[in-house]
Design a protein around this ligand. Structure first.
Ligand code: RIB
Ligand code: NA
Length: 312
């Protein structure tokens, strides 16, 4: 059977240092812990959706190296279909050196490596998977033309599209808005795209209205511990969705947990109002913030309240 959710996106090996605070320019600080984890926005979102119980497939490139081999095993361990995950010898598996401070905040450098070898031709090869999916999900850690091709192909087959425009870029290809049924940036990305300083719920609402005008079906702006703001063409008045408050251990990848969960709800409970889907996704992402790492902190269906998985 075809996967319900196809993610066209990145895989990174996260190299995470935990330190009291982030170093300043030219400064060395002592860290107290180091961990290697599975990351990359595309794979994170895919794995979160898989842990919630969706059937998923990944379209991605890793290197022909140990990190790449381990990554493929990680997909298998999470039940993610890897028919369209390739290994290239031209570049190393993507890596993300990450520093996390004692408040759970982070600074990240990404070196995409093999991810940049994922091209539009790879999307074309995954046509059957994409056209048979319920939801296609993409981000901006692979080449922009690859992302555009994936969303175009999905759209042509009537498959729901979600774009998480991350990491932030100032001049996004305008076509990408029109190709997105749900456009889901965080506050920084929304700010860079609209020029609205997203310092609170009200400003996020203004940014959402501007983004809607660019042609997406719906906009969901995530606001970290303040939850999210949702607006859609059919229900354009911005709505605030709160997040449960938790003690943050590591916020890295919480946004990806949210987006992967949103994709899950679009695939499995498509009748759920978007604000309700976002509210549930906030609950799942908040859970991820309570423990260390990205994928290592993503909850599975068993660890979550059953009500999250029921129709309203
Ligand atoms: O969004 C978090 C992710 O961003 C990390 O896993 C890191 O790999 C970077 O891609
Ligand atoms: Na976490």
């Amino acid at each position: 059977a075809p996967a319900e959710i196809v993610v066209v996106g990145s895989c990174m090996t996260d190299l995470v240092s935990y330190a009291p605070r982030l170093p300043r320019v030219g400064e060395t600080v002592h860290g107290h812990r180091f961990a290697v984890g599975f990351g990359g926005k595309g794979a994170n979102q895919c794995v979160q959706a898989a842990r919630l119980g969706a059937s998923t497939a990944m379209v991605a490139k890793v290197g022909k190296d140990t990190f790449g081999d381990n990554y493929i095993q990680n997909f298998k361990d999470n039940g993610v279909n890897i028919d369209h995950v390739g290994q290239v010898s031209e570049a190393a598996t993507g890596v993300a050196p990450i520093t996390v401070d004692d408040e759970g905040r982070n600074a990240i450098v990404i070196v995409p490596g093999a991810n940049l070898f994922l091209g539009p031709e790879d999307v074309a090869l995954a046509r059957a998977a994409i056209s048979g999916a319920r939801v296609v999900l993409a981000q901006l850690e692979v080449r922009p033309e690859t992302t555009a091709r994936a969303l175009r192909l999905a759209r042509r087959h009537g498959v729901r599209t979600i774009l998480n425009p991350a990491p932030a870029v100032p001049d996004l290809d305008p076509e990408l808005y029109e190709l997105s049924d749900i456009f889901c940036p965080n506050e920084t990305e929304a700010e860079l795209l609209t020029g609205v300083v997203v310092s609170g719920v009200e400003e996020a609402g203004r940014a959402a209205t501007l983004l809607l005008q660019r042609g997406c079906g719906a906009v969901v702006i995530t606001l970290g511990r303040h939850g999210a703001v949702v607006a859609s063409q059919s229900d354009p008045a911005p709505r605030h969705v709160p997040s449960p408050s938790v003690t943050a251990v590591d916020t890295t990848g919480a946004g990806d947990s949210f987006v992967g969960s949103l994709a899950f709800f679009q695939a499995r409970l498509p009748g759920l109002p978007l604000a309700e889907a976002a509210r549930r996704a906030c609950q799942i992402a908040a859970e991820s913030v309570r423990s260390a790492g990205t994928q290592s902190s993503y909850p599975g269906r068993d660890g979550l309240p059953a009500a999250l998985f029921q129709e309203e």
